[in-house]
Design a protein around this ligand. Structure first.
Ligand SMILES: *[C@@H]1O[C@H](CO)[C@@H](O)[C@H](O)[C@H]1NC(C)=O
Ligand SMILES: *[C@@H]1O[C@H](CO)[C@@H](O)[C@H](O)[C@H]1NC(C)=O
Length: 314
């Protein structure tokens, strides 16, 4: 048995590794762009699994990069918990619905966000921010950028960030032993966006988080209305992603129900065809943006970020 502290230490080691990799790709020439006005739109960032708000080599670097590109911008990198260790741990073990509601109240209380903000979610942070858009329309989210997010969940954990860490084996075992059991659902973040196409009924019935925000149990008109308030919903897919399975989920596609080989696009899905979440309407209104990035999970260059994503943050 590993103690919580050992687990925490492993998370940190894992996140350092991921962060170090990310940093290699983010490092680049510094471009200072003089702001022509002080009316920038703030940006809220939600980190991915095994990471935290403030690691100078990952989210800290992203925050700094945005601040350098858009002078005077307010960047809020979310910390879930009281410190970075808690923040990292909560990314594995804290009920996602609770995390989302904590973030909603934090955003509502932040005077700097009153006029609205853009949201930038990395990996699982991307689907969590979509839940914020659907559940908490005030303050208004303008653009939502999902960077390697798992919008239709995952079925498999091929490679965790910080692969050597025992936490990933632990998670894999728990998911395989019964991802939709009450105990696993309540205590394991990754179970809450576990989408098993071979057990579609169980998924629809027991998935506490993903099945809810993806309107699997019914259509919540509030979710549908709120999501459509976005100006743009940008989804970035990493073409050589070895962390997310299936990669199609990064563009809101997934495995077809009842088997594990063939995938379908968002446009082929029931979700879209019945327009249960407003995505078809948003597509028609040119609010959905599908971007590709060459490389593995979250590996992008500063140049790529500036060219492709910074325009949505201005
Ligand atoms: C900057 O902010 C100040 C004070 O809020 C305001 O008076 C001024 O018009 C703003 N400038 C621009 C260029 O928006
Ligand atoms: C729909 O979503 C809103 C916002 O989260 C929530 O207050 C409401 O209870 C939901 N309705 C149903 C029927 O689940």
């Amino acid at each position: 048995m590993t103690t919580v502290q050992q687990k925490a230490e492993e998370h940190i080691t894992g996140s350092r590794m991921t962060a170090a990799l990310l940093f290699l790709f983010l490092a680049g020439p510094v471009l200072l762009v003089a702001g022509s006005s002080n009316a920038t739109v703030p940006v809220v960032v939600w980190h991915g699994m095994g990471d935290n708000c403030c690691n100078p080599l990952s989210m800290g670097a992203v925050k700094k990069m945005i601040e350098e590109e858009i002078s005077g911008i307010y960047v809020l990198s979310l910390m879930i918990g009281k410190n970075v260790v808690e923040d990292t741990e909560n990314g594995f073990f804290m009920d996602v619905n609770e995390q989302v509601s904590m973030v909603c109240s934090q955003l509502a209380q932040d005077p700097k966000l009153k006029g609205g903000y853009n949201a930038l979610g990395f990996s699982q942070g991307a689907q969590f921010l979509r839940a914020v858009a659907q559940r908490c329309p005030s303050p208004p989210m303008r653009n939502l950028i999902s960077v390697g997010g798992q919008q239709q969940g995952v079925f498999g954990l091929p490679r965790c960030p910080g692969e050597s860490s025992r936490i990933c084996d632990f998670i894999r075992k728990a998911l395989n032993s019964g991802a939709y059991s009450d105990l696993v659902q309540k205590h394991l973040v990754q179970a809450q966006y576990w989408h098993d196409p071979l057990n579609d009924d169980l998924y629809k019935k027991y998935s506490l988080f993903l099945a809810d925000i993806n309107q699997e149990r019914g259509v919540n008109e509030t979710y549908k209305k709120n999501l459509q308030l976005l100006d743009k919903f940008v989804m970035v897919k990493f073409l050589q992603d070895t962390v997310v399975d299936p990669v199609d989920t990064e563009w809101f596609g997934f495995l077809k129900t009842g088997q594990t080989k063939e995938t379908e696009t968002l446009q082929d899905s029931v979700l879209y065809k019945e327009d249960r979440l407003g995505l078809a309407a948003m597509d028609k209104a040119k609010k959905l943006v599908f971007l590709k990035c060459e490389g593995d999970h979250l590996r992008f260059t500063r140049e790529w970020f500036n060219t492709n994503l910074v325009p949505y943050l201005r």
